[in-house]
Design a protein around this ligand. Structure first.
Ligand SMILES: Cc1ncc(C[n+]2csc(CCOP(=O)(O)OP(=O)(O)O)c2C)c(N)n1
Length: 579
């Protein structure tokens, strides 16, 4: 009966192929059943193996690392509830299109449904949130079986990278029989990999499809084109191309910071505040809308797009058929690759002499954006920190080579509203697939583990939720280049904007909705060995963020929830006045 050495040989070949397909990182969690999987990963010279005690944190750490490196990251855990702890990260990866390879160690079939310890039904554990579920099975390590394991490794990697249409998570359930540990050395590989480090099964990239023809024809037929750019994390060249296209089309570019395109002369930074003004929103009607990436978070922007005359064509790139169209406004979901299509369309427009660089339409948006910027600056000030000023300062002060991870709730909204246009804007990442506040710290740690200096802008409830992920710092000999900027308004500040409170429900509201945590950030920092500093002035924050990337630290900004709502309302009024 196949057992210990067979599993090791097969897993070693499988992992070897993952590396040949470009995988560089794995995240393990402790257990005994998973030992053969963990050994195969940790002993593989081509992999960096990270360790997290808590599988929920491990999942989000891998997610952050996969976003930062744009490569699939492997997760490996033992059987039972350990595997279930990956679910939130798997869901986020599914929704956001992030490649993960989830290896769940399992009992062999004869130990299932028989009262054996730590055994649950792991078959298709993540339901429809994975691109593929596959059972590794238990095999004798014959040359044929090892060849199969090699091909499987490649299929798993290519599927995670989007071979089935869209990148995302893949689950490989790995049943293992005892003995789980075998004395080295292992027998020789019955089927070594292909020469030159090539994968067993290659998947040459196809030339990207283009929707350039549709696009340039649409632009030629319309004068008042608007480009809306939302979250897109995979193609590092996309912001350049969006910029070139908007320029050629003479189009204002409503660029969410998550698009990284808020940096060109066409970029309109303050669309959220501008579109809150009904006069402006009514007057500035486009005759063609083009969306690239996810739909931004801004409610006024979404409402404005939904409220446009249905005859106005709205197009969106959707090569992976995710159908982001909650208000059913789209006329066409373009199947071509956004980068290739926009580049070709911009060239086409230039060739036909359509290039519109500027004009009344774009100038009106630019003038309004400048007026909004002035009104915002005058209202939020530039010294004593408040929540909008924290977001604006972080966006302006981070070094260009840093990555900003931004938490859901007010941080992502404030960044969208208050970050200015910046030519060398740093990359911004956020868990916007399912908008959870869980796993934010672990995700940012994963980004930092890629080596990039990382700042995390986060609220106090989200920090309380996930600070245990920082435990990994105590075990990380290298020390993560992570700066946490904590906006501490003693509870979920976002709920103060919503009609969920009121004087009659104040007690229930505080206890069950706002949920101030009572945790002391200084103690959280001390627990995990982070440097700690309270920050009250924009200058201090700027200086701290600009100063390279020292070891992990927590910058603590205290704010007030009620004052924050008032300030936001004053900003919106000031912008409307300025227009
Ligand atoms: C896993 C999960 N649970 C609950 C929520 C609902 N939720 C959205 S925002 C929020 C409060 C966040 O508070 P905080 O992190 O302090 O940020 P602030 O609202 O103050 O900006 C909660 C609980 C969620 N998005 N995800």
């Amino acid at each position: 009966m196949p057992a210990g050495p067979d599993s090791h040989l097969l897993l070693r070949a499988f992992v070897d192929e993952l590396v040949r397909c470009g995988v560089t990182d794995a995240v393990t969690s402790p257990g005994s059943r998973s030992t053969p999987v963990v050994l195969a990963l940790a002993r593989e010279p081509g992999l960096r193996a990270h360790s997290h005690v808590d599988e929920r944190a491990a999942g989000f750490f891998a997610l952050g690392l996969a976003k930062a490196t744009r490569r699939p990251v492997v997760l490996a855990c033992t059987s039972g509830t350990a595997a279930a702890e990956y679910l939130p990260a798997v869901i986020e990866a599914h929704e956001a299109g992030v490649p993960l390879i989830v290896l769940t160690a399992d009992r062999p079939p004869e130990l299932r449904d028989s009262g054996a310890g730590q055994t649950i039904d792991q078959v298709k554990l993540y339901g429809s949130a994975v691109r593929w579920y596959v059972d590794f099975g238990i095999h004798e390590a014959t040359p044929t079986a090892v060849r199969w394991a090699r091909a499987l490794g490649c299929r798993v990697a290519w599927t995670a990278l989007g071979a089935a249409g869209r990148p995302g998570p893949v689950q490989v359930d790995v049943p293992l029989r005892e003995p789980l540990v075998v004395a080295p050395p292992l027998p020789a590989d019955p089927q070594p990999g292909r020469p030159g480090g090539a994968p067993w099964l290659a998947r040459p990239a196809a030339a990207p499809a283009s929707s350039a023809g549709t696009l340039s024809a649409a632009v030629i037929d319309h004068e008042r084109v608007i480009v809306v750019a939302g979250r897109s994390e995979r193609d590092p060249h996309l912001p350049d191309v969006i910029e070139a296209f908007a320029d050629a089309a003479g189009a204002p570019l409503l660029a969410d910071t998550l698009s990284r395109a808020r940096r060109s002369p066409n970029a309109i930074a303050h669309y959220d505040a501008l579109l809150r003004d009904p006069r402006f929103a009514g007057a500035q009607q486009p005759d063609l809308v083009l969306r690239v990436g996810d739909l931004p978070t801004s409610k006024p922007l979404r409402a404005w797009l939904a409220g446009l005359d249905p005859a106005i064509p709205q197009l969106a790139f959707d090569p992976e058929a995710v159908w982001h169209d909650p208000d059913a406004t789209l006329h066409a979901a373009l199947s071509g690759d956004p980068g290739a299509s926009l580049l070709a369309a911009a060239a086409d427009l230039a060739e036909r002499g359509v290039a519109r660089e500027s004009g009344e339409w774009l100038d009106a948006w630019r003038a309004a954006d400048a007026a909004a910027a002035g009104a915002i600056a005058a209202t939020i000030g530039d010294d004593a920190l408040n929540e909008p000023l924290v977001a604006a300062t972080v966006a302006a002060a981070l070094p260009a080579e840093a990555t900003l991870f931004v938490a859901s709730s007010m941080p992502v909204r404030d960044l969208e509203t208050f970050a200015a246009v910046r030519e060398d804007a740093p990359r911004v990442l956020c868990n916007r697939g399912a908008n959870g506040i869980d796993g934010t710290v672990a995700s940012a740690l994963g980004v930092a583990a890629s080596g990039t200096p990382t700042a995390l802008l986060i609220g106090d409830v989200a920090l309380a939720y996930d600070h245990s992920a920082l435990g990994a710092l105590r075990r990380d000999r290298a020390g993560a280049p992570l700066t946490i900027v904590l906006v501490d308004n003693a509870g979920g500040g976002i709920f103060d904007f919503l009609p969920v409170g009121g004087p009659d429900q104040a007690d229930v509201y505080e206890e069950h909705v706002a949920t101030p945590t009572g945790l002391e950030p200084e103690r959280i920092a001390a627990l995990y060995g982070l440097a700690y500093a309270p920050v009250t002035r924009a200058g201090e924050l700027r200086e701290a963020l600009g100063a390279g990337a020292p070891g992990p630290r927590l910058l603590h900004v205290r704010t007030d929830r009620a004052a924050n709502v008032t300030l936001h309302r004053r900003v919106w009024a000031a912008v409307a006045d300025a227009l």
